[in-house]
Structure formats: C-alpha cells, structure tokens
Design a protein around this ligand. Sequence first.
Ligand code: ADP
Length: 568
Amino acid sequence: MPWVDKLSEPQELRRCIRDLVALSTLPAIWKNYNSRQIADSAAAALLSMLNADVIYVTVPGLRDEPVAEVMRTSQAVSIASSGHIEHILRGASRGRREQISVIDNPLGNGTLRIVAAPMGFGGDAGIVAGSVNPQFPSETDRLLLGIAANHATLAIQRWHAEAEQRRLASVIERSSEFIGFADLEGTPQYVNKASWDLLGLSGTEEAQRLSIFDFMAPHERRRALHEVLPTVMGTGRWLGELHFRHFRTGEIIPFLVDWFLIDDKRTGHPTNMATVSRDLRPQKKLESDLRRLNESLEQRVTERTSELAEALERLTLEAEERARADVRAQQTQAELYHASRLSAAGQMAGALAHELNQPLTALTNLVNAGRRMMANGAPHKVDTVRDVLGEAADQALRAGEIIRRLRDFVTRGETEMRIENLPELIREATDLALVGTGPHGVQVRLRFDPRADAVLANRVQLQQVMLNLIRNAQEAMAQSEWRELEVVTARLDHKSIEVAVADRGSGLPDGIVEHLFEPFHTTKIDGMGLGLSICRSIVEAHRGELRYEPNRGGGAIFRMTLPVPLEQ
Ligand code: ADP
C-alpha cells in the first residue's frame, strides 16, 4: 500500500485530514441541492482539494430530471479550450475506471493525466479529474476523489428519494382542503395552510397545543368522541359531516370529514390518524340558492298557471259572450233581412198594383166583351167568345203568376238562386210583357251573345226586372212612330255579363235622372215610381248593377250587369 507511506508524511497527512473534514461537511450543505447543484458543488470542492486543472462530473437523468454534466476548470484552462477538454473527459468517463490515462496536453506542452471515479448509478456517471501535474494523481487525490464521488452519489440518491415526498408535501400545502394528521391520542402534529385559513389558526404550532376535539363545534364533540372516533379506530375510517368551529370568530362551519388511520407499513399497526376535510359552505350555499330558485320558480309557475287559468276563463267567457253576440247579430240580421224584405214587399205591393192593373183591365175588358157577345146571342160567335174567354183566362193566369212571384219574394228564407239560361229567361219575360199589346205593338229585337248564356239568378226576380224595363220602354214609346225595343246580352269580361234594354222612346224627362232609382219618382199619372227602385234592389241582390244611359238618336238604355257564374 504505497499511499500509506506517503500519508505518513505529516504535511500530506494534514492536508488529507483537512480535506476529508471539508468533504464530510458537504452532505449537510447539499441537503436541499438537486443533482446538478450537488455535481457542481463536488466539482468545485475537488478542483481546489486536488489542485487539478479540470473536474468533470456527469450524473444520469433520474426520474424527471435531465442528465447533469458539470465541468470546473482552473484558471490555466481558457474558456476557448474548455469545450475540447470536456469532450476528452466525457470520453474518459466512459473508459476504464480508476485507471490513470495520460494524453498529450491539449492545453500546451507535456501531458494531461486523467483519473475517473465512478458514481453508484451505473453507466457513465462519475467524476473525472485531470491535471498537467506529472505527480497527479497522488493516492490522497484518488482517495478524496472516491470519497467525493460516494458522498455525491448518496446525496443525489437522497435528493431523488425525497422528491416524491416533496411533491406530496407541496400538494398538501397547496390544497384547499383541510388536511392534517394527529397522534393516536388526538394531538395534532400537522395541519396544512388551508386549515389555518379555514379555522383561523396562526399555524401548525398553535394546532399542536390543542386536541382534535377542540376543532369541532361544541355540540359535535360528544358524537365525535363516542361515535366517530370508535368507528375510526375500529374500522380504520369514517366519512361524514361534522361541524367545526372557527377559532377566532366562533362561526360553526360544516365539513365533509374523511377521518382515517395511517398504518406503519412494516408492522401494520396504526401510528397516526389523519383527515382530509372539505368546507361544505360553498356547496350548501349553492344548494340553498338552488332550493330558493326552485321554490321561486315553483311559485312563479303556480302564479303563472293561475294567471293563465284566469286568462283562459276570461277568454272562455269572452268566447261565449261573442258566440251569444253572434247569435244575436244573426237574429238581428235575419230580422233586418226580413224587415227589408217586408219593406221591399211594401214596395212590391205598389208594383203589384201597377203590374196587376194591366192584366186585370184586360181581363175585365175581355170578360165584358164576352158577356156582350153572349148577350147578343149570336151562335156563330161561339168560337170568338171562346177565344175571348181563353184570352181572359190567360190574363187571369198572368195576374195569378204575378201574385205568386210576390209571395215567393216575400216568403222568408233563402232566395233560391240557380244557374239559369239567360236567353230563355229573357224570352219568357219579353213574351209576358208583350201579351195584349196587339199587332201594332212594339217591334222587339233580341240579340244574345252565346258567351253570356248562363247566369246565376232567381228566375222570377230577374224576369220581374226585365218585365219592368220592357214595360217602361213600351210606355215611353207609346207616342213614338218607331217603336223598337232591343234586348241585347253581351259577355263583358271573364267576370261579368250585361243585359241592355234599349228603346226609341221619349227618353228620360228632365229632372228625373238624378232620382231615377229612388222610389216614388214618377212622371206618369197612374205611376208609383217604384218599378226602377225595386229593379235596382233585385239586381244588386244578384251582385250586379243597373245603370241608365240615353240612347243616341233618342230613347233610353238600361244596362244591367250580372256576375258570370263561378263554374264558368
Ligand atoms: P213608374 O211606375 O212611375 O213608371 P218607374 O220607377 O218605373 O216608375 O220609373 C220612373 C220614371 O222613370 C217614370 O215615371 C218615367 O218618367 C221614367 N222612365 C222609366 N223608364 C223609362 C224609359 N224607358 N223611357 C223614358 N222614361 C222612363
């Protein structure tokens, strides 16, 4: 053992002891150092102890830390060359361990002597020292290098072993839950920062002077002692709600408490009890807010429902009232309609007198003529008498027909409207109007547009209109030489057709035009002035119009428009 000889030199021995003492203090300094800091500190210490030119330390990446590589050099090594040297030393750390290698001095003349001490992580981990001193390394140097490598290995291992603990501790410290543990007698040993804030404690020291039961609200202590604690001790755990007490304000705070035992892993016996407890105030507030919201919602729904029910009731009443009003309106309408029909019937009565006057006069005349013929007793006149009586019977029938129409018109109920053949309707009315006018009567011309064949009408009423217009025309032409009556139909457009009755009579006398369709405006001695007003009422009831216009070259034209039936 040659190095023992060297150590026997007192100076070297002193140096060795001094450096060993210095090395032995390092682990205490490294207590809170991470891998890199430990490697760097070891490199710095060795550089001065070994009087080396360069110390290179490499530690493999452990857990979540990266590989640490540190190099310290003496002032003799320029920064420019340090990269090159690091490369060489990195190679040396992979080479044969604890063997001295000698290479050409990359820093200048001579050689660089290199020695490496492995660290207990396996792989490349180790400390490499290099010096241009031809005496390097002495046995002391190698001893110190080995001890430093061991110390650094242990310190780094401890650092990594404590890393998980440090993480756990920081989670507990930062947690917003009340976390603490106590001995099995119930004396707190640790409470985290959140619990200081939650319960108004100044720190763990204050908690350590108390009992865990002091943390609870007075009314909870009995239960905690006699129910909860036995459960924890018996089953190892209790989870439930407990009320704590704020040490400063006295506020009672609900907590969800998880209270459990911590067992010694080796013996399996409990050593401590601990708790992770949550302040339930935010949750309770949320629940009560929600409850209040629900209640107010229910209340609002109830109110709204009853409002809606009331509104519905009001609506139902209104609907019933409206239905009753509708029925009343319908009744009124029917009454009005009937009344208007009655007043029209009143007008009609006048017209009836006018209408009946002629057939009845003719009838009277004919019967008188027949009676005179019979009185003469002339048998050869029997045929003539039969004709006269036949004519009289026709006039009586006509009078009867007029009366029947009036009855139809006045009869309450729907006025029957049908699709009628317009030329046929006009022809019948014309024939009827011209009965009894004799051979010197009026010349009638009928012109029918084939596109105006159908009309939706009450046949009797429309014939009544035609009859009236033709009668008036006849009367107006009584003094005329040229007695020509023209009835013309025409399709005006897709919606309406027109019937025009034109005569060559006297035309309308002055002052009558403005009142032509008003009742009781007449220029005739025996006239009632009702005919045209009734005509217009009838035409309007057919959704048509009745207009007058003068006939160019003398006479009058009455134009009646009627709607084209829908199915056309
Ligand atoms: P009236 O029963 O008196 O004939 P109308 O209402 O039928 O009543 O007619 C009113 C008046 O309009 C008539 O008195 C007559 O002076 C005039 N009038 C009606 N039609 C014609 C016509 N075709 N030509 C000339 N005047 C007419």
